[in-house]
Design a protein around this ligand. Structure first.
Ligand SMILES: *[C@@H]1O[C@H](CO)[C@@H](O)[C@H](O)[C@H]1NC(C)=O
Length: 813
């Protein structure tokens, strides 16, 4: 009988295409996906580079920009390629970036005395990603200092395909425009031009080379090594300089380094291999400009040229400004033009940090996936490379953390989701697909050698019993809120496309401005998306419930039910898996611990799964799940109070074991104690809410003039040890706090409403003022802020969750 039912359902769904979609919805879905595929083929950048592009596929064309100060011998040693904090740039980042077709970036390279602007345009067309162009402009910072810049742009090919220079080759250099042609399986045929600006001034003398022309080289680098282009080209130029130095004339190398550190103007191909890395070098006196234009042979429409590039750039910049104003409304809120630009840079750097990552990661899978850590604690690590995976993700920092982090990503997607709903759903979906068959997802996604080169070996291995705060649920909740507030329909109603839906789908063009919100505008598509992620999220939730469960029977506790949680992966003084690293916990780590923050995340996640199941349950088949969530969440809230609330401390606290082996509270007021409020788990009339608000407002606890500190000033661990999550201000939890106040307590009548309003207003102002003034002074936003001075500290630029300042300015929660 069951089987019969199953067959009928399968037959029925195959008739309908995807379950729940009408044929015209289905057509629209395919068109949207086709468009997204094409527009994103070249849509993301290599966030770890100052400028570089790569398509979404792993084996394909990679490009990148390098430069060095050619007026000094030392300049060559400081050649720029990947964003490095140690480069000491006086600020860099995107001023504008729409994530799909337009980006403008500023690189303030004080040590090399050059200010570089990169402006990028993509013109969609055809199925192979269309055309793109970049304009690179440089200007000396100090006009009284020598200003000579050597700039390189390269094209490297991984996997199948080929490239050839089609300009007339010469050992003196190539005349502008330099032309290159090639093909790859995913990009099809393409051509590239590198075009000099009209006003460029080049040094004239060269050693057997004409430096007014473009110097070049074609090299053969081993598979998987194109990302090392800087090492390869640096070494090549070093060798070239050695060959050119005449005995006894070594001084000339120091006085004229620009003539020595050049590409050799030849193809270096050996053993029947063909060159897969082409680099072009230009040496400039003073200010300069050149364009790099990539054309896909498949897009036959108007071809991108230097002239049209300039026109597109000014149109796109105006579009960006208008869309930014319409989305975030900062002017209406009274922000100045300068602050609006600051807001634009926050958004643009988050967007510019998006990237496709590919490759194997390192995982220790030597234990059954659901086995408890206690049974193998202390065993040696058995790390293995996994099969290659792909991830489309934002990154916390282009210089220091250019890879995906589960803990950070939900915060990133709250901002991106407000700007480009559908792009953000793509990223979330990519993460959801990374959830394995047991429900686990690695908290740090270090995919491939390039990503791994930025991570010390001891931090590379991921463990399938380690969790991380499930922040993706925060971003998905915002999406569900947007979708429901837009459609306000009852749960049994499936609003399909209007009658002319078929026409809507057919009319959809690649640069349709609605391409950013198709999954918001069309409820059926939205429900279809939720349907597709729901089973993965449920598996992830079940994995949490099984693997991070707290033991509670035997420790003399009086729980209301069985719900209790504990982060695995504790070490003395640390709980890295909680995301709060060195935040004080019970010591020594033990199996009897219970963690209040994890309990809060779990209750929040349970509510979200209930909301999703409710939104997609058109035929009542998810009622059982919904009932399960209702009852488990109730239990979680009961135990949050029964196990974690301390009357003595008037705070939510972890539990640890005392000397007799009994469960006792271990209370360190700080971000951990905020979560039940920040995640909206407390009723507006709860006295516990009042206690948390008092803790927030107290100068001796969390309140500072720059934002809420991570650990209470009165805590014995305040500002001790590494001082990471023991005092400094982090923007993610400050945002969550404002979000919790705004969505749940500010506008809901209750005894604490006024207090919530006062805190919200003052905290919002403090955060905006401090991060903004830090940016004005240094050119950067930071990983965290000092609670005594307000100064930004540690990693910069940190344009991951610190960019939430923009949502705080716009009051989007
Ligand atoms: C879009 O790209 C994905 C991933 O490469 C692929 O699986 C899917 O079939 C593509 N969809 C369309 C409509 O081309």
């Amino acid at each position: 009988m069951r089987l019969l039912w199953f067959c009928i359902v399968v037959l029925f769904s195959s008739l309908l295409g995807t379950w729940g979609l009408t044929p015209s919805d289905q057509l629209l879905k395919e068109r949207v996906e086709e468009n997204t595929n094409s527009s994103l083929l070249w849509g993301t950048y290599r966030p770890n580079l100052y400028f570089g592009t790569r398509p979404r596929t792993p084996d394909s064309l990679m490009t990148g920009l390098m430069w060095f100060d050619a007026s000094h011998f030392q300049g060559f040693q400081r050649m720029r390629h990947a964003c490095e904090q140690g480069d000491g740039l006086a600020g860099y980042g995107y001023q504008k970036h729409d994530g799909r077709a337009f980006a403008k970036q500023h690189l303030n390279d004080e040590p090399s005395n050059v200010e570089i602007t990169t402006e990028f345009i993509k013109v969609p067309g055809g199925k192979e990603g269309g055309d793109w162009g970049v304009r690179i402009h440089g200007k000396p910072i100090h006009s009284h200092l020598p200003a000579m810049t050597s700039v390189l742009f390269y094209f490297g090919l991984e996997g199948e395909g080929s490239m050839d220079i089609t300009s007339r080759m010469s050992s003196k250099g190539l005349a502008s425009p330099v032309k290159l042609e090639g093909d790859t399986p995913d990009l099809g045929d393409f051509e590239v031009e590198v075009i000099d600006g009209l006003l460029n001034d080049h040094p004239r003398q060269g050693l057997d080379q004409d430096l007014t022309k473009t110097q070049w080289v074609g090299l053969q680098v081993p598979e998987g090594n194109v990302w090392r282009a800087k090492e390869v080209l640096h070494e090549h130029m070093m060798q070239s300089a050695r060959k050119k130095v005449q005995p006894g004339q070594e001084d000339d190398l120091f006085s004229h380094p620009h003539m020595y550190f050049t590409l050799e103007n030849r193809l270096v191909e050996e053993n029947d291999e063909i060159a897969n890395l082409y680099a072009f070098q230009k040496v400039f006196n003073g200010e300069f400009q050149f364009d790099v234009i990539y054309r896909s042979t498949a897009s036959n429409d108007a071809k991108l040229t230097s002239e049209t590039l300039g026109e597109w750039l000014s149109v796109k910049e105006k579009d960006f400004d208008a869309r930014f104003d319409a989305t975030f409304g900062l002017k209406e809120k009274g922000f100045s033009q300068e602050q609006v630009q600051f807001g634009q840079s926050l958004l643009s750097n988050l967007v510019g940090g998006l990237g496709y990552f590919h490759g194997a990661s390192v995982v220790d899978r030597s234990h059954p996936p659901m086995q408890d850590e206690e049974s193998f604690a202390g065993e040696p690590i058995r790390a293995q490379l996994t099969s290659p995976q792909s991830l489309f993700t934002a990154t916390p920092s282009r210089s220091f953390f250019p890879r995906g982090f589960y803990w950070d990503e939900g915060f990133h997607q709250m901002l991106l989701g407000n700007w480009d709903n559908d792009l953000s759903l793509n990223v979330i979906k990519s993460w959801v697909n990374a959830i394995d068959e047991n429900g686990w997802v690695a908290r740090e996604q270090i995919l491939g050698d390039e990503a791994r080169s930025k991570v010390p070996a001891e931090f590379q291995t991921q463990f399938p019993h380690y969790a991380n705060p499930p922040t993706l649920y925060l971003a998905i909740k915002q999406y569900v809120d947007r979708l429901t507030s837009k459609h306000q329909t009852g749960k049994k109603q499936m609003a399909g496309l209007p009658i002319n839906g078929q026409q809507v789908a057919m009319d959809l063009t690649l640069d349709d401005p609605h391409m950013t919100s198709m999954y918001l505008d069309h409820l059926a598509l939205g429900q279809d998306w939720l349907n597709s992620v729901y089973p993965h999220l449920r598996r992830n939730w079940q994995w949490f419930r099984q693997t991070q469960r707290g033991h509670q029977d035997s420790f003399g506790r009086s729980p209301a039910n069985n719900e209790a949680y504990r982060w695995r992966g504790r070490t003395p003084d640390h709980c890295l898996t909680s995301g709060l690293d060195d935040y004080p916990r019970g010591e020594p780590p033990n199996v009897g611990e219970l963690h209040a923050d994890l309990m809060s995340w779990m209750a929040f996640a349970t509510q979200l799964l209930k909301d999703i199941a409710t939104a997609i349950d058109v035929d009542g088949s998810l009622q059982q799940d919904i009932d399960e969530y209702t009852h488990i969440k109730k239990d979680m809230l009961a135990n949050l109070d029964a196990l974690h609330w301390s009357d003595v401390h008037q705070a939510y606290c972890d539990q640890t074991l005392n000397d007799e082996g009994y469960g006792v509270h271990v209370c360190h007021k700080g971000y951990l104690s905020l979560l039940p409020m920040a995640l909206g788990l407390l009723p507006a009339e709860s006295p516990k809410l009042g206690a948390i608000l008092d803790m927030i407002e107290n100068d001796e606890e969390l309140w500072s003039p720059y934002g809420l500190r991570s650990l209470s000033k009165s805590d014995p661990f305040y500002n001790t040890g590494e001082v990471y999550w023991r005092g400094p201000i982090w923007i993610n939890i400050n945002y969550l706090t404002l979000q919790g106040l705004y969505n749940n307590y500010l506008r809901t009548p209750g005894p604490y409403q006024e207090q919530a309003q006062t805190i919200y207003t003052q905290l919002r102002e403090n955060l905006i003022n401090n991060v903004y003034s830090g940016y004005k002074n240094t050119g950067y936003v930071f990983e965290q802020y000092n609670d005594n001075t307000g100064k930004g500290q540690r990693i910069h630029p940190f344009t991951g969750w610190t960019t939430l300042i923009l949502l705080i300015m716009a009051e989007k929660y």
